[in-house]
Design a protein around this ligand. Sequence first.
Ligand SMILES: NC(=O)c1ccc[n+]([C@@H]2O[C@H](COP(=O)([O-])OP(=O)(O)OC[C@H]3O[C@@H](n4cnc5c(N)ncnc54)[C@H](O)[C@@H]3O)[C@@H](O)[C@H]2O)c1
Ligand SMILES: O=C(O)[C@H](O)CO
Length: 319
Amino acid sequence: MKKHVLVYKKLAEPLLARLRAECEVTYFESIDAGNRAAFAAAIRGAHGLLGASVRLDRELLDPALGLHIISTISVGVDQFDVDYLRERGILLANTPDVLTETTADTIFALILASARRVVELAEFVKAGRWTRSVGESQYGVNVHGKTIGMLGMGRIGRAVARRAALGFGMQVLYVNGEAVPEVEAALGARQVALDDLLAGSDFVCVVLPLTAQTERMMGRREFALMRPGAIFINGSRGRIVDEAALIEALQQGTIHGAGLDVFEREPLAPDNPLPHMANVVALPHIGSATHETRYAMAQQAVDNLLAGLRGERPRHLVG
Ligand SMILES: NC(=O)c1ccc[n+]([C@@H]2O[C@H](COP(=O)([O-])OP(=O)(O)OC[C@H]3O[C@@H](n4cnc5c(N)ncnc54)[C@H](O)[C@@H]3O)[C@@H](O)[C@H]2O)c1
Ligand SMILES: O=C(O)[C@H](O)CO
């Protein structure tokens, strides 16, 4: 008998066809208030789930007695209770590696856009306000030759550090779960204590996973340790930052600016001041959002799911 798969994210037709060749597929392009009850009901009969950006908590998963595997189209797994899945014997697979370089590109775009005020000044031109040559009040700050402090030196951290050191002649400091001798040898990167990184960096760049240990790791104390001219970049998860403390640091000039792809609440609350601040470049969580990479992620997620349902070990198993 065919296994039952529930897809909860828009999937390209060739990938859906691969799933349909082997499984019974229930397909939701996205989940919202209107179809959430139907989604919850469909989970009950599923052997496999495939999708992204939906928090699948115990309440939703408890009734799914036949569930064998969840294949998320993301590298981050903070939307899952990994211990609960392990206790239930439900496999969790994700999509590392394939999005690393694309996400590093986005993070570097944030670094450049924040330092050189690209968005603000492009809007200035669009508004027809470029009537004479720019003055000092519109100058940015250099990126090349500066020091970048990486919070996280995993796959994406290394890809950002490589761009920084080899492309922009930057010095690299890092905080990570363990030392990474290859980036020290190849890029001259130095592992330092968190406080030394904050005090010694012109750019502080977060590429950590969201965990109990990293949640709100950047708070008022940490922003106060940063250089007044420093720029804060977050390309991983909003909840690693105490957003109220970040807003305060930006408003009070404790730090110079921020480039943010992720936020405490997504999509943004309408009253969130961050996207309206002149010294902030805010993006709508697009780290991996290119046609090529999102397709490759979905393909990897389908491979993981089908392997799990066939009783094989998925290539990208979490935990
Ligand atoms: N903005 C986006 O669209 C986007 C895209 C991809 C990934 N991400 C986020 O980026 C994160 C990192 O992805 P990755 O592939 O580089 O992961 P990774 O596992 O390769 O790297 C994470 C690094 O963080 C370190 N780390 C973990 N906890 C730590 C702690 N408490 N203190 C110090 N270091 C710690 C680990 O040692 C590891 O080297 C993902 O978990 C995801 O949340 C965001
Ligand atoms: O974790 C990830 O892969 C990105 O944040 C996309 O959701």
